[in-house]
Ligand binder design. Structure first.
Ligand SMILES: NC(=O)c1ccc[n+]([C@@H]2O[C@H](COP(=O)([O-])OP(=O)(O)OC[C@H]3O[C@@H](n4cnc5c(N)ncnc54)[C@H](O)[C@@H]3O)[C@@H](O)[C@H]2O)c1
Length: 243
């Protein structure tokens, strides 16, 4: 239970969902966790539950000045940053013919620019220390396409591109950059209405979206789960690059 004893870890979007689960897991392993999120009430409550050394820090991942301040503050408080989890993310369900341009900017600014800025500023501090680990939370949607998620999927493919390139650039400094690509997880993101039973499944929700009014044309949301070759994960790619 001490695999992260004394390590300092920043988790973006850490106030709820998978970020909060990561914060709990890291804390259980002895890490000093900084929960960085826009959601102040949720973040502070989580930190209270975590107890000990965890802290909440309000952060908009799309703001470069806020990343700079967070890095300066963390280094002055703890003297090191060992891990960054770029987990903050947004989803938008709309087909490519009807998405709002505003949604494009919003999703790319959080899912892609946010991770870029984190990698830039935390990566720099890690490179100077000669060690560190950055984990980007991409998605199965970053391995394939799907009805109603062209925008979200595009951001997650972009995040994989960032991961692979940053791994090559930061690797020589002793900094690892990897991605995790989860399948559907029952969180507020995929199930904002808290629907029960089968409808909890976010892919079912996407199906409802994509099938509405066009069931004949788009009959098979199952494509999320089938017709997919075993993916080569960014982690595996990084390992083969590093070998
Ligand atoms: N839930 C799923 O099925 C699923 C599947 C694959 C990947 N993911 C990815 O996992 C990550 C976490 O998703 P989740 O399901 O826990 O969602 P969630 O909506 O529960 O959590 C996302 C968190 O990101 C925060 N956030 C959003 N914009 C932010 C910003 N500008 N600055 C700082 N924080 C911000 C939110 O406040 C929230 O706490 C996301 O990147 C998501 O794309 C989720």
């Amino acid at each position: 239970m001490d695999r992260m004893q004394g390590k300092v870890a920043i988790i973006t979007g850490g106030a709820r969902g998978m970020g909060a689960a990561t914060a709990r897991a890291f804390t259980a392993e002895g890490a000093i966790v900084i929960v960085a999120d826009l959601l102040e009430a949720e973040g502070r409550e989580l930190v209270r539950q975590l107890g000990g050394t965890a802290t909440f820090r309000k952060l908009d991942v799309a703001r470069e000045d806020e990343w700079q301040a967070l890095v300066v503050e963390t280094l002055s408080l703890h003297g090191r940053i060992d891990a960054l989890v770029n987990n903050a993310g947004l989803v938008h369900f709309a087909d490519v013919m009807s998405f709002e341009t505003e949604a494009f900017d919003r999703l790319f600014s959080v899912n892609v620019k946010g991770a870029f800025l984190g990698t830039k500023h935390v990566g720099k501090a890690m490179a100077e220390a000669g060690r560190g680990s950055i984990v980007n939370i991409a998605s199965i949607a970053g391995l394939q396409g799907g009805n109603g998620i062209s925008l979200y999927s595009s951001t997650k493919w972009a995040l994989r591109g960032l991961t692979k390139s940053a791994a090559m650039e930061l690797g020589p400094y002793g900094v690892r950059v990897n991605a995790v690509l989860p399948g559907g997880v029952d969180t507020v993101m995929g199930n904002p209405e808290g629907l029960p039973g089968d409808t909890k499944n976010q892919y079912y929700k996407m199906f409802r979206y994509s099938a509405s009014g066009n069931r004949k044309k788009w009959p098979a949301p199952r494509c999320f789960f089938v017709r997919m070759n075993p993916p080569t994960s960014a982690v595996q790619n990084y390992q083969s690059m590093a070998a």
